[in-house]
Write a protein that binds this ligand. Sequence first.
Ligand code: ADP
Ligand code: MG
Length: 385
Amino acid sequence: MNIHEFQAKELIRQYQVATPDGRVATDAEDARQITKAYGGQSVVKAQIHAGGRGKGGGVKFATDPDKAAELFKQLLGMNLVTKQTGPEGRRVFTVFISNPVDIERELYLALLVDRATSRITIMASTEGGVDIEEVAEKTPEKITRVAIDPAVGMTAFQAREVAFALGLEGDAFKKSVVFLQNLYRLFVEKDCSMVEVNPLVITKTGDVTALDAKMGFDDNALFRHPDILAFRDLNEEAPEEIEASKFNLNFIKLDGTIGCMVNGAGLAMGTMDIIKYHGGSPANFLDVGGSATEDAVKNAFRIILQDKAVKGVMVNIFGGIMRCDIVAGGIVKAAKEIGITVPVVVRLEGTNVEEGKRILAESGLNLIVADGINDAAEKIVAATK
Ligand code: ADP
Ligand code: MG
């Protein structure tokens, strides 16, 4: 799960990590008052779960309180397109007013889980404020990586190594070490998957402060962080994914045309691979898991069919704990309730497969039955071409 900049800043403040003052404005008048309180100037920032807002026109400087009110009105409700949102953009529901900072230097700092080393890793660069992907591609030597031993935690010398790499001295050096140690503590205690501070700013007065903050959390750990879960913003999630999560189903939206209903993430990967192998492309996959009821399967099928991009559905179930007759029952229920307007290929195998096939055959539905995963993929690709 990802959260907004203003929420991330709330959190890092709790961990004594420095960040400029800022508040969410409730309306244009509020934006004016906040700006007045900051001495008459502010930075007006659109809140969406994507970066690149600056270049995309979502971060604006207000030179006086009236201008802040005007910028608030301009940003609220706008469809913000940035490098990270894709061409469809994201609607802005929240506008954050930040105290402006006199920037001396913009640096890059991130903590993330590096899968290659299986360790939380610090990434730092003197090239802040810009696209880190571009730095990684063109001048990878400008990025310093420090992997942290989970048994030891972040040591002071590792924090100093990063501060040296960022070219810091004196007061800013000391402050950045404390900054990093507090950020690491937050990362571990809150089960983050990623914290990115871009830019990390050295101010004209030598302070070290997080001008921007992006945070992602491990979904599997959210149950023990109700404070983080409260930050969830449904506006930022695909409607189908929200709908699926209500039934404990895992739905992932992709950009192809074939809907996939499977049980288990491994089978989902295999199904998508073989669809691609035969020249098709998955529109989504919905994992019904190992213990779905007939009703959950019905909802799963309904959610897949509601996806406008879906030109056909491949059902690929290997019945273990999940029984084929329950899957078949769910499909039939969904089909009777909402009707099937696209080709559906069904491959069932495993527990109660005969009963499942009987239910499908007797339903009178126009389904394409497949023998095995390869046959199923071939048939759905052919049917949607
Ligand atoms: P994004 O990464 O989505 O583009 P940022 O929050 O990093 O958004 O803002 C983009 C740029 O705007 C920053 O690199 C910085 O130059 C400027 N900026 C943002 N907040 C402030 C602030 N409080 N004071 C001064 N400049 C700011
Ligand atoms: Mg940024």
